[in-house]
Design a protein around this ligand. Sequence first.
Ligand SMILES: Cc1cc2nc3c(=O)[nH]c(=O)nc-3n(C[C@H](O)[C@H](O)[C@H](O)COP(=O)(O)OP(=O)(O)OC[C@H]3O[C@@H](n4cnc5c(N)ncnc54)[C@H](O)[C@@H]3O)c2cc1C
Length: 451
Amino acid sequence: MSKRILVVIGGDAAGMSAASQVRRNDPQREIIAYERGEHTSYAACGMPYLAAGLVARPEDLVARRPEVFRERQNIQVHTRHEVIAIEPQSQRVRVRRLGDGLEFWQAYDDLLIATGALPIVPDLAEARAEGIHALKDLASGIALARDLEEAQPRRAVIIGGGYIGLEMAEALRLRGIETALVHRGPQVMSTLDVEMGALASHALVELGVQLYLNEKLAGFETQAGRVRAVVTDQRTLPADLVILGMGIRPNSDLAAAAGIPLGVRRAIRVNPRMQTETPQVWAAGDCIESLHRVSGQPTYAALGTVANKTGRIAGLNLTGVATAFPGVLGTAITKVGETEIARSGLQSRECEGLGLDYTAAQIASRTRAGYYPGTREIAVRLLADRGTGRLLGGQIVGGPGSGKRIDTIAAALTAGLTAQDLVDMDLSYAPPFSPVWDPVQTAARVLLRES
Ligand SMILES: Cc1cc2nc3c(=O)[nH]c(=O)nc-3n(C[C@H](O)[C@H](O)[C@H](O)COP(=O)(O)OP(=O)(O)OC[C@H]3O[C@@H](n4cnc5c(N)ncnc54)[C@H](O)[C@@H]3O)c2cc1C
């Protein structure tokens, strides 16, 4: 009977998926998880909807509380405990109990690092002023929701036009707050090609967001400790609330300090079984590097889908079930107002960086038959290798019913299909759902003509 000790650092998606999987396969294993926050297994993805008031209570975002892990799964979860050092040579971690500062060593037979990612915060003293928020864990989401209630801000500025920036723009507009968004690139959503990013930018403007593109944050003005304006390289925007959506970085400093090798963007390097290059140390979720399934190159994909999957894979391998993670496509979806935005695979910039000879086609179609009520515009952009026709990536921007069509593209990319294969796919049709040619297939037909 195994009494090996598994220590997990991080009590959210990756960490607790792994811990639960280990418990399923090994009822005897001692599992100890340290989480520096108060919550476990929370849906960070739901925080913009908490801010919008669409989710009533923060507790609604918690999938499983620490006591449930303890009582039902015999997983010893310690919240408000931060791991401050890893000593791989002696197989132990140094833990600080945040309540009283007490520190102690905890030995492990296996260690799983699932420390997630951290938001990028500008290196400015004023960035710590009241009213400036960056979303990372549930506590940050609760703090934002409370600030929205108590301060009743009238004017907000969002820095960064990634998906968190867009989702927060929607949330703030739903609350009737005057909202500006500052983005340093030519269009928001820089994971899309610029032609598709332009449609996302347009959706923001339609929502009543003042959009400032090609503009950089220069600083903040504060008064009595609270933000009162955002200063860019071109103007000063009054603000009593600021959201930082400037991107994230892997939370890998702890691993780096222990000599655990890092890879792309300082994410922890793992093999397909989620083992790091340091014996008995595993990693999963937003802190790791992944393999891109199209390029075959290492990449960084910080998404809840990947965190849950890699956590499960780590858990399987930790219990002797050899399972390999095949990698990621960076498939992601979001919405702003009525406009749905989705992407999968490589974008043009990445194809160019890889030196690929690719071709791209973009079409405008409808989400439903043109005569059917509620039909909306949809744009689909597909990229393929010029020589072989193999699909490389796809992007979608359009009205309700558009976004989840990305999953057809993700399936095609997973299978290594060509544009011709996509044209030949037997997809469904009825007027309330699609034109006779699904817009994804229309894009594939145009792509065939272009290549
Ligand atoms: C606002 C927002 C919206 C999002 N929306 C989506 C979405 O729609 N779709 C999607 O796929 N993804 C989305 N994501 C991303 C998704 O939430 C993450 O990919 C996922 O939470 C990663 O899980 P994780 O377990 O790897 O890391 P995390 O969820 O970051 O969890 C890591 C945990 O480790 C703890 N920790 C860190 N260091 C230590 C330490 N030294 N000691 C103890 N504990 C520690 C942290 O407190 C944290 O709870 C969103 C993220 C945010 C912030």
